[in-house]
Design a protein around this ligand. Structure first.
Ligand code: AHM
Length: 335
């Protein structure tokens, strides 16, 4: 039997690969690991305690907020705040970014952008949810207060990104720009253990993932591409929980699409909280991520914290194929 490598061990070992590393990023990733274990405990017992359901507050976008959203948000913020490595957090659940006071007179050099519980409308029916995070080096000087510009950086500037999938087992997948690795939580020892080393996305897969219920609301090129997927007899898989849908694609290949609809003319998903970190991970695994205008997600200059984006992400050959449909049909539909 091969020796178990825990997340902490792995992160520390990887730190030695960066000659300039001071251990702060390592500490930050470990803190995120700790916070996700706490959230995992709560997600797992959600059916047992009175934590299901709507908290009674609405988040900044007027969406009903689930109790576990609030819990996860609080826990991640608490862990990051006490870490000393993080200068502030922007969360999908908060309108503004949250600056952290200097810890033991030390101000962190990183900021974290996160969606503490993505797909949370699925919790009440026991469907998998996830946490998504991105870490950026701050732009402002460390002795100055952080500013909005520290968060409004294109995804290419991510130092690390990852997600935690609270599924049949809990798995944490992350990248620091040198490949992607996955760690499964072993509940008996309470540790994330390396289970998926150097993940590579297949060039194509036999699934496509889109909310096909909105088919008639999609632009022509998107409808034609979906028709093409049907013609190819691809299987449709859609959980409605971005982390779960993309996790499957990362391992089995395929394509995930969330185009613009009449309700969400700019797309539904958030550029900073959802699209950028997932794009960084998928690209690091050999995949591609673009919006429906064929701009690379990671190169989009964000204008505001809660900006939405369309997204097409997954196996490289399939994304390339989708681009051909945009080239061919978007000109037709604009006439
Ligand atoms: P949330 O932030 O309210 O959880 O919404 C994000 C989720 C994604 O996980 C998922 O891909 C998408 O919303 C599903 O949206 P829809 O139900 O419109 O298909």
């Amino acid at each position: 039997m091969s020796r178990i490598v825990t997340l902490d061990e792995f992160i520390i070992k990887r730190q030695k690969d960066f000659s300039y590393a001071t251990g702060e990023l390592t500490g930050l990733l470990r803190d995120i690991g700790v916070a996700s274990k706490i959230v995992n405990r709560e997600v797992n017992k959600a059916g047992l305690v009175n934590i299901l359901g709507v908290e009674g507050s609405a988040n900044t976008h007027g969406e009903a907020q689930q109790k576990l959203d609030v819990y996860a948000n609080d826990k991640f913020i608490e862990c990051l705040k006490n870490s000393g490595e993080c200068a502030g957090v922007a969360s999908e659940e908060n309108e503004e970014f949250i600056p952290f006071p200097a810890f033991e007179s030390k101000s962190g050099k990183y900021v974290v952008i996160m969606d503490p519980l993505d797909g949370s409308s699925n919790i009440d029916v026991n469907v998998s949810v996830g946490t998504i995070f991105a870490i950026y080096r701050r732009i402002t000087e460390e002795d100055q207060p952080i500013e909005l510009s520290d968060f409004l950086q294109p995804g290419l500037k991510q130092v690390a990104a990852g997600y935690v999938l609270y599924g049949t087992s809990t798995i944490l997948v992350y990248t620091t720009g040198r490949g992607v690795n996955g760690f499964t939580l072993d509940p008996s020892i309470g540790e994330f253990c390396l289970s998926h080393r150097d993940i590579k996305i297949p060039n194509r897969g036999s699934y496509y993932s889109v909310n096909q219920g909105y088919y008639l609301k999609f632009d022509l090129e998107m409808r034609r591409y979906i028709d093409y997927c049907c013609d190819l007899n691809l299987g449709l898989r859609y959980i409605g929980s971005m982390v779960s849908d993309i996790h499957r694609i990362l391992f089995q290949g395929g394509i995930f699409l969330y185009p613009n609809t009449r309700k969400y003319p700019a797309g539904k998903l958030r550029l900073l909280y959802e699209c950028n970190p997932m794009a960084f991970i998928v690209e690091q695994a050999g995949g591609k991520a673009i919006n429906t205008q064929i701009d690379r997600i990671l190169e989009i200059e964000p204008k505001e914290l809660h900006q939405r984006s369309t997204i097409v992400i997954g196996s490289p050959d399939m994304v390339d194929e989708m681009i051909q449909f945009v080239d061919k049909y978007s000109a037709v539909s604009s006439h």
